[in-house]
Design a protein around this ligand. Structure first.
Ligand code: COA
Length: 261
């Protein structure tokens, strides 16, 4: 899974929102493979238990914390629990996100709000509630964003608005918390195979082929492609990175604004 021979995160504590599946679970597995103790946060107890078992079966240390990122009190309790269990938190990954393809006229106000709440409010809640438990100096926060933050995609108004908010939020935190030695960065994955997002956005073979055609490298990304970049940002190797957006999309963003399909 990892290109490193030694565990570069031995002794570290990580908290991963949206960590029970997809890119979030891929990151949780990577951090655990590097020696971090990982608390996985998600809404579904069964999915959390399965994710924890997957990491334990690989020899890692993990536990689950069921909480909706939209609920500040629940997130504060989960993060306090992580600190009580393992000590100060070194790594916070904000991976929880919502998505469904729909034109603006096919989206209710509540549908738009659901994604804004999960992405923007959820990221705020996780960061705000984590702050008092973060190792300072030393902690690293990474939010999983998307090129939607700066590129317009039709049928993705909610995600474009939400990711723009997440990007600016993390950059404000980079300014406010940088002096405390807490680094805040963003990772923009392109189309990543075997994820809930791609199953929703490209549900047919035809749609998958069209999605691959938008990537200059000519393939989907893998969860490890993203997890390796996150690992870099959470390690000493990324020690001078703060407030930056790291695009990992095979060059897709170079294609610019586009309509779906
Ligand atoms: N098209 C249009 N509207 C949709 C929709 C779709 N495909 N899917 C959900 N909605 C609307 C619902 O109709 C509802 O609005 P309404 O009350 O006006 O009817 C609103 O979104 C909230 O839906 P609900 O299922 O109650 O919300 P939720 O909080 O359980 O789910 C979502 C949030 C909608 C974002 C859901 O897609 C989700 O949980 N996704 C998480 C997983 C995911 O998307 N991962 C990929 C991230 S890239």
């Amino acid at each position: 899974m990892s290109v490193f021979r030694e565990q570069i995160l031995a002794g570290r504590v990580a908290f991963v929102t949206g960590g029970s599946s997809g890119i979030g679970l891929g990151i949780a597995k990577m951090l655990a493979s590097q020696g971090a103790r990982v608390m996985i946060n998600g809404r579904n107890e069964e999915k959390l238990a399965a994710a924890v078992k997957e990491i334990e079966d690989l020899g890692g240390t993990a536990t689950g914390a069921a909480a909706d990122v939209r609920n500040y009190d629940a997130m504060a309790a989960a993060l306090a629990g992580c600190r009580a269990k393992w000590g100060e938190i070194d790594i916070l990954i904000c991976g929880a996100a919502g998505n469904f393809p729909a034109p603006v006229t096919g989206m209710s106000a509540n549908g738009f709000k659901a994604v804004m709440d999960i992405d923007v409010l959820g990221t705020f809640n996780a960061c705000r509630a984590a702050h008092e438990h973060l190792r300072a100096p030393g902690a690293s926060i990474v939010a999983i964003s998307a090129n939607h933050a700066s590129v317009a995609y039709a049928w993705q108004a909610h995600v474009c608005a939400a990711k723009a908010g997440v990007e600016r939020l993390l950059q404000v935190l980079a300014l406010e918390w940088g002096p405390q030695g807490i680094r805040c960065n963003l990772v923009n994955p392109g189309p990543i195979d075997d994820t809930e997002g791609m199953r929703r956005l490209a549900p047919t073979e035809e749609a998958r082929a069209a999605a691959v055609r938008t990537v200059p490298l000519g393939r989907f990304g893998t969860k490890d492609d993203i997890a390796n970049l996150v690992l870099f940002l959470c390690s000493e190797a990324g020690a001078f990175c703060n407030g930056a957006v790291f695009v990992c999309d095979g060059g897709q963003a170079l294609m610019g604004a586009r309509a779906l399909g």
